[in-house]
Design a protein around this ligand. Structure first.
Ligand code: SF4
Length: 368
C-alpha cells in the first residue's frame, strides 16, 4: 500500500496525467484450460507457440516503470522460463501477481521462493460447481484449492481472482468469499466478465446496469472478515455508487505482439515502446463516454481500477472516501438483501470449446 501511495504521489508531484500503475505482462497465450469467457487460446497455432523471453519481459517492465506487474496469459506456469522471469522481477523489486489457474502450481512450485514481492493470484470463479462450469473443467476447483493450501503452507502470498458473468448467483459468490477467507488467502480480486471478441461464449457478458445490480447484491452488507485486493473506490464503482472515466494507460498490456492499444481487452494495433503507446493512441476514442460501442458496457478493473486509485489521491474528498470505505463501511442496504432473495436463472450448460471456432454474434441482446 505504501509503495503504491508513494509512487502515485510522485507522479502527481511530477504533474503526470497519464501514468501506469500495473503492467499487464502476458508472456504467452497458451493455456491448459479452455474457458468459455476467454479469447486468448483462439489465436492460431503459430502465435500460441510464441513466448516472451525473460529479457523482453524485463525490458517492458523497466520501460513502463509501474510498481506492480500482473502476469496473466495464457497460463504463465506453462512458460518454460517462468522461474527466471519471476526471479528477475523480484530482483527489480516489483510487486508481482502471477495469475494462474493453479493446475500446475504444485508441480512447479519449486521454481519459486516465497517473497513479499511475489503473490500467486489463483483464478477461481466461485464455489466448486460455478468455477468448474466457468473454466469448463470438472475437478478444477479442487485442484486449485489443494494448490492454494500447499502454497500457503510453504509461506507464499496467495490471493484469488474471480471473474463474474451474467447469471452469477450473488448468494453463492458471498459463500465463496467465506470459503476463501477460511482457506487463508490474503485478499480477493473481482471483475465483471471481459467481453473478448474472440471468446467462444458471447452470451454471458454483463451490461453496465446488470453489473451494478449484481455487485450491489454481492458487496453490500459485507462480512467483517472479507478482504479484497482492490481499491475500495473501485468496489464502490462496481456497486454503482461512483462513476469514473476509463484510464486504460493505468494498466497497460505488453505481450508477444508489443504494447497493445488501447487496453487489455481491445486490440486496435500495437506500439513498439511504452512511450509510443502513450503518444500514438487516440485515448479520446475509448471509455464509456467516448461513444465507442466496444466500450459501452465495460467496467473491468484494467480500465477503471487505476481511475479509482487516481481519485483517491486527486482530492481530500477522494482520500477521505477511501479511508471511510476501508475502515468504517459495511454498506448496510435493505434493498440489496432483497436482491439476494430474487430467483436465479437456471445454470447454463457448459459451452463446447472448438479451437479457432468463430464466436457467436449475439452481443447486442445481452448487453442490457
Ligand atoms: S472502456 Fe473497457 S474496453 Fe474500452 S478502453 Fe476502457 S478498458 Fe478498454
Amino acid at each position: 500500500m505504501w509503495t503504491v501511495t508513494s509512487y502515485v504521489l510522485r507522479q502527481k508531484l511530477a504533474g503526470r496525467k497519464q501514468y501506469p500503475l500495473v503492467l499487464m505482462l502476458e508472456p504467452l497465450f497458451r493455456c491448459n484450460l479452455a474457458c468459455a469467457g476467454c479469447g486468448k487460446i483462439q489465436y492460431p497455432a503459430h502465435i500460441l507457440k510464441k513466448d516472451l523471453s525473460p529479457e523482453e519481459c524485463f525490458r517492458a517492465v523497466e520501460e513502463c516503470g509501474a510498481p506492480m506487474v500482473s502476469i496473466p496469459g495464457g497460463e504463465p506456469l506453462m512458460h518454460p522460463q517462468i522461474g527466471e522471469i519471476i526471479a528477475g522481477l523480484v530482483a527489480r523489486r516489483k510487486y508481482i501477481y502471477l495469475c494462474t489457474n493453479a493446475l500446475l502450481l504444485k508441480e512447479k512450485i519449486h521454481l519459486f521462493q516465497p517473497s513479499k514481492y511475489l503473490t500467486f493470484s489463483v483464478h477461481l470463479d466461485g464455489q466448486r460447481e460455478e468455477h468448474d462450469l466457468a473454466v469448463c473443467r470438472e475437478g478444477g476447483y479442487d485442484i486449485a484449492v489443494d494448490a492454494i493450501r500447499e502454497a500457503l503452507k510453504r509461506g507464499f502470498r496467495v490471493t484469488t481472482n474471480t471473474t463474474l458473468f451474467d447469471g452469477a448467483n450473488p448468494k453463492s459468490v458471498r459463500a465463496f468469499f467465506d470459503e476463501m477467507m477460511d482457506l487463508g488467502v490474503e485478499g480477493m480480486m473481482l471483475s465483471p466478465g471481459y467481453s473478448y471478441d474472440k471468446a467462444p461464449d458471447q452470451k454471458h457478458f454483463l451490461g453496465r446496469a446488470r453489473t451494478r445490480r449484481m455487485f450491489r447484491a454481492i458487496l453490500s452488507n459485507r462480512e467483517q472478515n472479507w478482504r479484497f485486493n482492490l481499491s475500495p473506490l473501485f468496489l464502490e464503482f462496481l456497486m454503482g455508487k461512483r462513476t469514473y472515466p476509463c484510464t486504460p494507460w493505468g494498466m497497460p498490456t505488453y505481450n508477444v505482439f508489443g504494447w497493445q492499444k488501447p487496453c487489455y481487452l481491445l486490440q486496435d494495433g500495437y506500439a513498439e515502446t511504452f512511450a509510443e503507446l502513450l503518444a500514438t493512441t487516440e485515448w479520446s476514442n475509448y471509455g464509456t463516454e467516448s461513444g465507442n460501442p466496444a466500450c459501452a458496457n465495460c467496467m473491468v478493473h484494467s480500465g477503471y481500477e487505476a481511475s479509482a486509485v487516481n481519485a483517491t489521491f486527486s482530492s481530500l474528498g477522494g482520500f477521505l472516501a477511501t479511508v471511510k470505505a476501508t475502515l468504517f463501511s459495511s454498506y448496510r442496504d435493505e434493498e440489496a438483501l432483497r436482491l439476494l432473495e430474487e430467483p436465479q436463472a437456471p445454470v447454463n450448460p457448459l459451452v463446447q470449446i472448438m479451437p479457432n471456432a468463430e464466436p457467436a454474434q449475439s452481443l447486442q441482446e445481452t448487453r442490457a
